[in-house]
Design a protein around this ligand. Structure first.
Ligand SMILES: *Cc1c(COP(=O)(O)O)cnc(C)c1O
Length: 430
């Protein structure tokens, strides 16, 4: 590598963001042109990256009874939902708000599954009236409430019980959900009794079983372990005269933020289907609820370098995106690669603490990053498609960022930047 011509950094996990002549591009467009036109912070998604990630799932499931229900909470932007729904996805929702978004996307209601540990009666009624495909129920009291709400509407609620297979997904404790110490799901040992109770209630129709063991899983073993445990239950239910139509293995497949090597979706779920067949459950429909692995590496957040601030202990690089736009570092100490839109000579490289403008010491985007950057340069925070905009806030009265979806050489604004009027709208003053 020559000093004046440094090797281009890479954008992890995707070939759809790449350098050409020292400038970072997405598909057929220069990201700098999008930053100039729309301002920063700006989230930019590659439609090709999104559809390629979905394609890996679809290849594995081709020709099988299966449904991919994208987990809306990973990124609920309506245009992204529409893109995935038009490409064949159902949707996994966790609130009444996500139900409204899902219905707005044009998805067939029977392709919606409703997950979550704390559904309210009002949310249950909305979903029953919409005619969703399945309620993923997480506790005995929720079974009782769902039955009553269904009866009061003169309907039957399609039900699956989320069981807790008690396997360790070996991920961050905040995003591990399949251990018996977690708040999620019904214990494996109590599942049979819970199904018997549900089967006795006239407002419920048992359709499936589900589990979701965590997020950012980079290993196949926890999936295959969970599958075996859930298939044991399916067999026990069958013996008890309770037939199921589907098995839902949840989401959770990891992506590459730095150097992680998660299994490819096609290989992993081909192995899952093979195992189901080997155990005599080849006819059971397979549902999956991927979120991060569909959108995570398909998006970046563009930000402007505002100030270089040499400090006594660290050099700070202050950028215009903060923890309200990119909450994962503050929330999970998460790593996001940060790369320049325009490469500069390697002599200019310095080590920076990359921080946002929000008034919190926890407002950092990256520690100890080697970057050649000048004030006014643009940077891309990589792998920002999942759990960034969906967890964004107006903290410090900052408007939420704009979002652009790129396909080839076309860029479409899919969410305009929030204005102060958007923020003040609900406030009533004195
Ligand atoms: C969050 C969640 C998902 C999606 O998880 P990813 O890690 O984004 O794939 C799927 N199912 C349930 C029940 C969830 O809570």
């Amino acid at each position: 590598m020559s000093a004046s011509n440094p090797a281009a950094p890479t954008v992890p996990g995707t070939p759809f963001f790449h350098y050409a002549d020292g400038h970072l591009r997405v598909e057929g467009l220069a990201l700098a042109d999008l930053a100039r036109e729309h301002g920063t912070p700006l989230f930019v998604y590659s439609q090709a990256a999104l559809l390629a990630a979905l394609g890996a799932y679809q290849r594995a499931l081709q020709g099988r009874a299966a449904l991919i229900c994208y987990a809306v909470k990973a990124n609920p932007n309506l245009a992204l939902l529409q893109t995935l729904v038009q490409a064949g996805c159902g949707l996994d929702i966790v609130s009444g708000g996500e139900l409204q978004r899902a219905l707005h996307s044009g998805v067939a209601p029977e392709r919606i599954v409703f997950s979550g540990v704390g559904k309210t009666r009002a949310e249950m009624r909305q979903a029953l009236q919409a005619g969703i495909g399945c309620f993923n129920v997480e506790s005995l009291p929720e079974i009782e409430v769902l039955n009553l709400e269904a009866l009061s509407l003169g309907r039957q609620a399609p039900l699956s019980l989320r069981v807790n297979p008690d396997v360790d997904a070996r991920t961050h404790p905040y995003i591990s959900t399949g251990l018996k110490s977690n708040k999620f799901g019904i214990a494996h040992t109590e599942a049979l009794g819970a199904y018997r109770r549900a089967a006795s209630l006239p407002g419920l129709r048992i359709v499936g079983i589900d589990c979701h063991i965590g997020s950012q899983i980079t290993d196949s073993a926890p999936y295959l372990d969970a599958l075996e445990r859930v298939l044991d239950l399916v067999a026990a239910l069958q013996a008890a005269g309770i037939a199921l139509e589907h098995l839902d293995l949840g989401g959770g497949l990891g992506i590459t933020y730095l150097d992680e090597c998660p299994p490819a979706a096609d290989a992993l779920f081909a192995a899952v289907l093979q195992r189901m067949e080997a155990r005599g459950f080849g006819n059971l429909k397979l549902l999956l609820e991927p979120g991060r692995s569909l959108v995570g590496n398909a998006g970046v957040c563009l930000t402007e370098a505002l100030y270089l601030k040499p400090g006594l202990a660290k050099n700070f690089l202050i950028v215009d995106a903060g923890m309200n736009d990119l909450p994962r570092p503050a929330l999970y100490q998460a790593y996001h690669a940060i790369v320049p839109l325009q490469l500069r000579p390697a002599q200019a490289v310095q080590c920076y603490e990359v921080v946002g403008p929000v008034c919190e010491s926890g407002d950092w985007i990256g520690h100890d990053r080697l970057l050649a950057v000048q004030p006014g340069d643009w940077l891309a925070v990589c792998s920002a498609g999942a759990y960034c905009t969906s967890m964004a806030s107006n903290y410090n009265s900052r408007g939420r960022a704009a979002e652009v979806l790129v396909s080839g050489s076309n860029a479409r604004l899919i969410r305009r930047r929030e204005t102060l009027a958007d923020q003040l709208g609900p406030e009533l003053g004195l």
